[in-house]
Design a protein around this ligand. Structure first.
Ligand SMILES: Cc1cc2nc3c(=O)[nH]c(=O)nc-3n(C[C@H](O)[C@H](O)[C@H](O)COP(=O)(O)O)c2cc1C
Length: 383
């Protein structure tokens, strides 16, 4: 199975299956001297965690365990490996239904590709979104280094079903960290709760979108031809399970507009050039403009809804009905915010390292600054 590694200068490799012993990640390329601890990582992990009111009943503790690459609380420069023990694993449903691929999931293509007998059918095996816990912990390590460079990454749910929350500010994205459904305001949270309660009562699910803003990326980051920054972002985001579309800046709106409507004045703000509207989302020609980078990722409605699903018995080819029971999220979108933020942190750090940043060990002063910024970052309230 290929494709388990992401990045070039900051490179992560994830491993593990949904119902296997552990999931984990190896991070390669980190500078030495970076203070990391499991408690800080949990600030991000909790936002992806299953077992909350509106999410799957799978109740994993998601406690990260650092098993290599650290000495006296700081990175050594060797690969940093973090694992999660899979505790809340219940495979009996999958044992009973192993010959009946679930619609909307990767079961059937995986069976065909890897062989019916080799496919780990338990909870989607390697192709389960359980894997994303590893991305989130890597993202949290990357996020710390980005803070040192003045780069802040924040996201929120920007639409749920046909409810649109509009274009959201960085502050409101940050404030969503204290709301279970990751909406950008308390009033939207109430609306979203109402919608999800209705969806649950109808044994259904709903899709939506996530908005991400990255502030502080230096102008000039990225390359112009095949390695465009926006292409890299799209690649990272469409690798998230359940993602359906990617929209850069005012993407969809731009494609429906006239040039006269999308003209964007360049201005000089205290010696810094920027664009009044930033329709492009902070990237032009594949290169960061220095303005906020923003984009949206669409997610499909959860496939595992508690209803009867039509599929086939792969032994006989005959039609069968299966019933998905127990564990499912009425919407994966709130939990996907943490995953999208993490992928953004990982890719921006990778791009910075490619441009020559973080070649020297992290100093004690730098660690102090990062630790302070980390605390501030957790505390932002909405305006
Ligand atoms: C954080 C997260 C949690 C997810 N949880 C579920 C779930 O409980 N049930 C489900 O049907 N899909 C869930 N998904 C989506 C599936 O993993 C995904 O649809 C499936 O692996 C097939 O991949 P694809 O949709 O990208 O083609 C989740 C995705 C994410 C990002």
């Amino acid at each position: 199975m290929a494709g388990n590694t992401y990045g070039s200068s900051f490179r992560i490799t994830t491993f593990g299956e949904s119902h296997g012993k552990v999931n984990g990640v190896v991070m390669d390329g980190l500078p030495s001297g970076l203070m990391v601890n499991e408690k800080e990582m949990s600030d991000d992990l909790i936002l992806r965690k299953p077992g909350k009111k509106y999410s799957t009943k799978r109740n994993e503790d998601d406690i990260p365990e650092i098993i290599s690459g650290i000495f006296n609380g700081k990175t050594t420069g060797a690969p940093l490996t973090i694992i999660f023990h899979n505790m809340d694993v219940e495979s009996s449903y999958y044992e009973r239904n192993r010959f009946f691929p679930r619609p909307g999931h990767a079961d059937l293509p995986a069976m065909i590709k890897y062989g019916y007998d080799n496919w780990d059918f338990r909870g989607g095996g390697r192709l389960s979104a359980r894997e994303t816990v590893s991305r989130v912990v890597a993202g949290s390590v990357a996020r710390k280094l980005l803070l040192l460079k003045g780069i802040v990454v924040a996201g929120c749910v920007s639409s749920l079903g046909d409810m649109e929350f509009g274009m959201v500010s960085l502050e409101d994205c940050l404030s969503s960290r204290r709301r279970e459904l990751r909406t950008p305001s308390d009033s939207y949270e109430k609306i979203a709760e109402g919608l999800l309660q209705k969806i649950i009562s109808e044994n259904d699910s709903v899709g939506g979108s996530v908005q991400i803003i990255v502030r502080g990326v230096p102008a000039g980051l990225g390359e112009p031809v095949f390695d465009k920054l926006k292409a890299n972002i799209a690649y990272a985001m469409l690798g998230i399970p359940g993602s359906t579309y990617f929209e850069m800046g005012d993407g969809l709106k731009q494609s429906r507009s006239r040039g006269s409507e999308m003209m964007d004045k360049i201005v000089n703000r205290d010696g810094k050039y920027s664009w009044v509207k930033n329709h492009s989302g902070g990237i032009l020609g594949g290169i960061a403009t220095g303005d906020d980078i923003f984009f949206r990722i669409g997610f499909k409605p959860t496939s595992s809804i508690p209803r009867v699903h039509d599929t086939v018995d792969i032994r006989s080819g005959s039609a069968v009905e299966i019933k998905i029971v127990g564990r499912h999220d009425p919407s994966i979108v709130p939990r996907a915010v943490a995953v999208a933020e993490s992928m953004a942190c990982i890719l921006i750090l990778d791009q910075l390292m490619l441009s020559g940043e973080f070649r020297k060990p992290i100093t004690d002063d730098e660690n102090r600054i990062m630790n302070e910024l980390w605390k501030t970052y957790q505390r932002v309230e909405s305006k």
